[in-house]
Design a protein around this ligand. Structure first.
Ligand code: UFG
Length: 329
């Protein structure tokens, strides 16, 4: 398929773009490199640099596009509480422009990168897609609003779409892993301590209603996540908007993640208690039964140790590359 991948230089977008290229698709990426990395863009993909809001109509009007995979977004829970205007603009407004560009150019196949943050503090776990959506942070609210827009475009204009609600994506695929200028995610931060780039990890709150008091999340391997996008694209049906959760189905607390990183890296990883982070729910665990049943999605890297090991191999290589680049300078 001839595909547009927005945000294809970001962590999730670039792994999915690589997997789509490997599956034989013809991929054009739009990315403005706010958070993405140039080296993560697959060599076989075409790159259009700029904002999706400005570039989507221009690119899609070239003709022949059969689908869009939309990753470009701001995606940090904490930041979304501090600068909500940027989240509404970059997430909702940009996606509305993309939907209109798709409609104008008769592109009816969309996979949308969504989030578990749409559910908020769940009443029961694991979280199924029919549970109430009450986001506790602006990030989740922007992604939920986009789902409403997609549903109405599907009903009125024949769009065929799938929203994939990711739980906590982690791990690495080949040369691509979490490599952000400003890192806020738990696993890469803990591994930076093991690498000696940070002194310690802060645990944001130990008074949550969880077994050890720290927040519980469901970590999903980036490569398993990418497979779900390929399946969704191949099975979208015009006039239908499907929503699927993507997780491994197991919850791990912040303390358990730190412990797993200690075991994988052999580093003591000092940890210190800090206040809760605004907008963080206590427990997020996915039920992915629906996508397994309906699309045959079959995640194979569900062990936390596998996820952390792949992330650690990537982080070590990145550290070595940065070190030798400094030596060359
Ligand atoms: N945490 C710490 N210390 C840190 C960093 C994080 O204790 O230095 C804690 C957080 O408070 C949270 C947990 O570790 O309880 C996981 O935090 P992350 O920042 O790694 O991930 P989030 O759960 O906040 O968010 C991620 C994605 C969102 C997505 C969400 C869904 O970034 O896009 O998972 O589960 F919505």
């Amino acid at each position: 398929m001839k595909l547009l991948v927005t945000g294809g230089a970001g962590y999730v977008g670039s792994v999915c773009a690589a997997v789509l290229v490997e599956a034989g698709h013809d991929v054009t990426i739009i990315d403005n490199f706010t958070t993405g990395n140039r080296e993560a863009v697959p060599a076989a993909a075409r790159l259009v640099e700029g904002d999706v809001r400005d570039k989507a109509a221009e690119v899609l009007s070239e003709g022949g596009f059969e689908g869009v995979v939309h990753f470009a977004a701001r995606s940090l829970v904490g930041e979304s509480m501090e600068v909500p205007d940027e989240y509404w603009q970059h997430n909702l407004v940009t996606t509305l422009a993309l939907l209109d560009a798709m409609r104008a150019n008769d592109v009816k196949n969309l996979v949308f990168s969504s989030t578990a943050a749409t559910y908020g503090e769940p009443e029961v776990v694991p979280i199924t897609e029919d549970l109430p959506t009450k986001p506790t942070n602006t990030y989740g609210a922007t992604k939920l609003s986009i789902d409403y827009a997609i549903t109405s475009y599907a009903n009125a204009y024949g769009l065929g779409a799938t929203s994939l609600r990711y739980f906590n994506v982690a791990g690495a695929y080949g040369e691509i892993g979490e490599n952000r200028e400003i890192e806020t995610h738990l696993i890469p931060l803990v591994l930076q301590v093991a690498l000696g780039h940070r002194d310690k990890i802060f645990i944001f709150g130990d008074d949550y209603p969880t077994p050890d008091g720290t927040a519980v999340r469901d970590y999903i391997h980036i490569r398993d996540l990418a497979d779900a996008h390929v399946l969704a694209l191949e099975t979208n049906t015009p006039g239908t908007h499907r929503i699927y959760n993507l997780g491994s189905g197991d919850g791990y607390s912040v303390k358990q993640v730190i412990e797993a990183c200690r075991a994988v890296t052999g580093h003591p990883i000092p940890a210190e208690l800090a206040p809760r982070r605004a907008g963080d729910p206590a427990t997020l665990i996915a039920s992915s039964a629906k996508i397994k049943e309906e699309l045959g999605w079959n995640p194979t890297r569900t062990e936390l140790t596998t996820i952390v090991t792949d992330a650690w191999n990537f982080t070590k290589n990145l550290g070595e590359r940065a070190h030798s680049a400094k030596r060359v300078r």
